[in-house]
Design a protein around this ligand. Structure first.
Ligand SMILES: Cc1cc2nc3c(=O)[nH]c(=O)nc-3n(C[C@H](O)[C@H](O)[C@H](O)COP(=O)(O)OP(=O)(O)OC[C@H]3O[C@@H](n4cnc5c(N)ncnc54)[C@H](O)[C@@H]3O)c2cc1C
Length: 366
């Protein structure tokens, strides 16, 4: 007999959604989240329509407009030098959101805790399969669950061994800073393609903005030269550089930002969800809401499986993989709109003639 029906590791958006769905189906759940492991980029965008899903699952309070800001459009210079505004007023799904991600994650965790999910604020270690489920350690104790949900994000994986191998579809990484936003940067997420890759800026609710350059990891400068290299390129942009002001000693941090998928999304009494399962190109602003959607669906599918009907897990996996296929074909469509730099390694890999190190297919396994 295990302590709980399911242990969910990772209290990011996908883990919170999975834990809540299981709890609402009457299953005992423990959500283990390590608040010390926090991303260093603070802001992200949710696309139109995402707010409705977030509020339908977590309630109105999950998107408090005193903390997060509604996004009424986005703008991009992609395929041409001109900055084009897409106003969400014409979007039937309505507005998007600019999130304070730390506050968003903490808010979701508090909501699921108030609804009755047991939350343990600690790091989970030593996951091991046992006869009737899984055991792991957290907060100086051993915890057992009939199911393990690995929602530990990109930094995972929690489930060890071959089950964690991933297919990586590109080599993209992000070089990110937080800057003072000029008023023109506060209204919209802005994207600008450049010869080395592409930039984005996303406003934060506190008058600052996240500014990031996306490049391929094998084209990145050594860490010791990164800050100057990054600032020179920011100064060369047509649009993004004019939206922000940087402190002289601003930190430029590097993060993986490739699209990838675990070989195995689920196995014997375990499943991975959110970034732990599939990571999406940040160009899509799809990661957080897909993690929430598929986390919630996974929780329901596990509840069904515990009640003797495991078909839901297969449907969940099929749909998850279908979303990835759609994502890969949509981003190929966007890449092919950018034809200005045929000599650039970043762009020729994505939309030039196929070549030896083309990124159209999966890279070798990690
Ligand atoms: C550069 C960049 C920009 C992005 N911009 C956007 C955007 O604008 N919009 C968007 O929707 N998405 C964006 N994404 C994607 C988005 O950040 C992720 O898809 C999303 O955070 C996934 O949520 P998650 O809950 O799966 O994982 P995470 O948010 O990573 O949460 C995982 C949690 O698990 C915890 N954890 C890990 N290991 C353990 C452990 N052993 N024990 C306990 N806890 C553990 C971590 O501390 C973390 O809190 C971006 C990604 C990148 C790389």
């Amino acid at each position: 007999m295990t302590d709980v029906s399911a242990v969910v590791v990772g209290s990011g958006p996908s883990g919170c959604a999975a834990a809540l769905a299981l709890h609402e189906r009457g299953h005992s759940v423990m959500l283990i989240g390590d608040s010390r492991v926090r991303r260093s980029w603070a802001g992200e965008a949710l696309p139109p329509g995402a707010g409705d899903l977030v509020r339908s699952l977590f309630g109105e309070e999950a998107l408090d407009s005193a903390v997060h800001r509604e996004a009424h459009g986005s703008q991009g210079a992609w395929g041409s030098d001109e900055l084009v505004l897409t106003d969400f007023i014409a979007n039937p799904l309505g507005d998007g959101w600019h999130l304070d991600r730390s506050a968003f994650d903490a808010g979701l965790t508090e909501i699921v805790e108030r609804r009755g999910v047991e939350v343990v604020r600690a790091r989970a270690t030593n996951p091991e399969p046992i006869a009737d489920g899984w055991s792991l350690d957290a907060a100086d104790r051993s915890i057992t669950g009939a199911w393990l949900v690995d929602a530990s994000g990109r930094g995972g994986p929690l489930v060890p061994g071959a089950q964690s191998r991933r297919t990586r579809f590109d080599k993209q990484m992000a070089l990110i800073a937080v800057a003072h936003a000029k008023p023109s940067a506060l209204a919209y997420t802005t994207i600008e393609a450049v010869s080395d890759g592409w930039w984005y800026s996303t406003p934060l609710p506190n008058g600052r903005a996240v500014v990031a350059l996306m490049i391929d990891r094998d084209q990145a400068p050594p860490a010791s030269e990164r800050a100057i290299w990054w600032r020179v390129r920011l100064d060369q942009t047509r649009h993004i550089g004019g939206l922000v002001e940087l402190d002289d000693r601003v930190a430029i941090n590097a993060y993986p930002a490739e699209t990838s998928c675990r070989k195995q999304l689920n196995g014997h009494n375990w499943a991975a969800v959110g970034d732990s399962a599939i990571t999406w190109d940040p160009l899509s602003s799809q990661g957080t809401i897909t993690g929430i959607l598929m986390g919630s669906r996974l929780g329901t599918a596990i509840a069904d499986a515990a009640d003797g009907d495991s078909a839901g897990i297969s449907e969940w996996e099929r749909d998850y993989r279908m979303l990835l296929e759609e994502h890969l074909s949509l981003r190929q469509h966007y890449w092919e709109q950018e034809q200005r730099w045929p000599e650039s390694k970043f762009w020729s890999r994505r939309c030039g003639q196929p070549q030896e190190d083309s990124l159209r297919g999966p890279l070798p396994e990690a």
